[in-house]
Design a protein around this ligand. Structure first.
Ligand SMILES: [Zn+2]
Length: 284
């Protein structure tokens, strides 16, 4: 049986109220949801609450889940949004620290033209579109709704199923990322520079470089800098090692003492959903 067959099968059985499917689903996904939640809220009890809420929300929304994303992705999204809400509730003034951090060290290049002058040049329209298109989908959607369509934060949050805090963080990220992309582009048009960069210019791209997500000619400049700069070379190597090291530590699971009770509560909620579905049937 392929992965998707299993998934389709589990989903159908969940919708039909099959308890064994619920057990399989909880066993398969709860620890990874717990790890994501814990990573965000840094509290095991709170992370367990998020796991429970995630399954309760999922059971409520099961009829509307169309299977276009995987069950795991869908559950992650619910858990992520739950965790964002918990973070806001517990630490309303603390920056979320999940998006945007480490991305606020842009390469500062003064623009030589006003935005109006830039827009008047027909050939730049494609580059502007391309800059927006290069953002991750979540940032594109937020930027489009807030800055292009001029919708409120509240409405944008409602449309995208995000918290308002997440909309604000993503809008900030999108604006900074676009500024970065466009200032680079226009600098290149106005005054081509030698393909070298400073340490300060490299560092913001270090993570993308590690992920092979830096495009030419920036990647060439990064390679040239790394080849000649022991400091950045060490920074790159040790960052890669850090990632590898952290990947070894993926074993955090829901504490055994809480596991049975948590699963029992999730199963009880699943049974309740099934009872309600059965009650609703004769009326249809
Ligand atoms: Zn350097």
């Amino acid at each position: 049986m392929s992965q998707s067959d299993t998934e389709t099968d589990i989903l159908a059985r969940l919708k039909a109220g099959d308890m064994s499917a619920c057990e399989i689903c909880v066993a398969e996904h709860s620890d990874q949801l717990f790890r994501l939640a814990f990573r965000m809220v840094r509290d095991e009890q709170l992370a367990e609450d998020i796991v429970q809420d995630t399954f309760l929300n999922a059971f409520k929304g099961l009829e509307h889940f169309d299977g276009r994303s995987t069950l795991g992705t869908w559950l992650f999204r619910i858990a992520y949004n739950n965790a964002l809400m918990r973070l806001r509730a517990h630490k309303p003034l603390e920056p979320l620290g999940i998006d945007g951090e480490g991305e606020t060290a842009p390469v500062v290049v003064p623009w030589r033209e006003s935005p109006e002058e830039i827009v008047e040049r027909q050939e730049t329209a494609a580059q502007l579109d391309e800059a927006i298109a290069s953002l991750p989908a979540t940032l594109r959607a937020v930027f489009q709704l807030r800055d292009i369509e001029e919708r409120s934060t509240t409405e944008t949050a409602e449309i995208l199923g995000l918290t308002e805090a997440a909309v604000k963080v993503r809008l900030h990220r999108a604006r900074l990322a676009l500024r970065e992309k466009l200032s680079r582009y226009f600098e290149a048009v106005e005054e081509p520079r030698a393909a070298t960069m400073t340490c300060e210019q490299l560092v913001p791209y270090l993570s993308d470089y590690i992920d092979h997500a830096v495009e030419e000619p920036l990647a060439a400049a990064a390679r040239a800098h790394l080849a000649s700069c022991p400091h950045c070379h060490i920074l790159l190597d040790t960052t890669r090692m850090t990632i590898t090291l952290l990947q070894q530590n993926r074993t955090r699971t829901i504490p055994a003492a809480d596991r049975r009770e948590l699963f029992a509560q999730i199963q009880a909620a699943f049974l309740e959903r099934r009872r309600n579905a059965q009650k609703a049937k004769p009326a249809e």
